[in-house]
Ligand binder design. Structure first.
Ligand SMILES: [Zn+2]
Length: 292
């Protein structure tokens, strides 16, 4: 009988989990709110409730977790997490879950897990040198070279959201200024719209894309800048890592029909880009791979 593993994706808003068979068959999926604002104990309580519900379905051979933050995957400890997950920094997540459930546990960064998921069952299937980029609330990245995840000497390889695009640019939550994340994340897109718009204010990137469809001039400027800066970043990374493919995921990709062709034109034909195929389940599937 093949192994059955629980894969979990811990994000700032929701925790997604599923039971997955060794061949990739998803048996059951479930989601709970993270309730991050209530602090570490509440997040853990929600995580345990999710695992309990999944375990009630039957035999489980291991639990894999992809979490936001910098994760030391060898020790299974959260090295650093932003205030999106309060109290998460320093948490020995692997040990906590192992003690409670007495099964094999593996923990890694959520984007690292996502690229493993895409390599297993999604857009990365046919590639061994991959740069994955997630553009959502923030901007994340993961690097796969010759089939292996590159985690770096302090578990922070692939943090492309903090490449500096403009020295002395916008203040970033990492402490530096001018990071990519401050210009192309979903959060950045709607903030830029509001900076430029005198009258109409928006609350999310989705609204900016809706306005773009209606030929709103400010939205056109914001999306134009987004494509230009994303393209510049991809070209810089191409020169350093020379991946076979850039896989772009995250919430902003849901609107790709509006900008994908422009991005491709800007990049030219020698840079291969693909959109992620597993949507919000990439990290969950990849977390299963961490255990397998
Ligand atoms: Zn930064």
């Amino acid at each position: 009988m093949g192994k059955r593993v629980i894969g979990i994706d811990i994000g700032g808003t929701k925790i997604l989990g599923g039971i997955v068979e060794e061949d990739g068959t998803l048996l059951k999926v479930k989601q709970v709110g993270t309730q991050a604002e209530k602090g570490k104990d509440a997040i853990l309580a929600n995580l345990f409730r999710l695992i309990d519900d999944l375990i009630a379905e039957g035999r489980v051979d291991g639990i894999g977790v992809g979490s936001a933050g910098r994760i030391d995957h060898k020790r299974g400890v959260v090295v650093y997490a932003t205030d999106n997950l309060p109290g998460w920094t320093g948490l020995p997540l692997k040990g906590i879950i192992e003690d409670k459930y007495q099964v094999a546990v593996a923990v890694d960064n959520d984007v690292n897990a996502a690229v493993l998921g895409e390599m297993w069952l999604g857009a990365g299937r046919n590639y061994r040198d991959i740069l994955m980029m997630t553009i959502g609330t923030g901007v994340g990245g993961a690097v796969v070279a010759d089939g292996k995840l590159i985690r770096g000497s302090s578990c922070s390889a692939g943090e492309i959201g903090h490449m500096i695009l403009y020295p002395e640019g916008k203040q970033c939550n990492c402490g530096r200024k001018g990071c990519l994340e401050q210009y192309i994340s979903g959060t950045a897109l709607y903030k830029q719209y509001n900076e430029l718009s005198k009258n109409l204010k928006v609350n999310n990137a989705w609204q900016v894309f809706e306005l773009y469809k209606q030929r709103d001039e400010i939205a056109a400027k914001v999306i134009g800048d987004f494509v230009r800066l994303l393209s510049i970043s991809i070209m810089s990374i191409k020169n350093i890592l020379d991946p076979e493919v850039f896989i772009i995921g995250g919430g902003v990709v849901e609107s790709k029909d509006l900008w994908w062709d422009d991005l491709k034109t800007s990049l030219g034909s020698d840079i291969n880009i693909m959109s992620a195929e597993l949507g919000d389940k990439a990290t969950m599937f990849g977390a299963v791979q961490l255990v397998l």
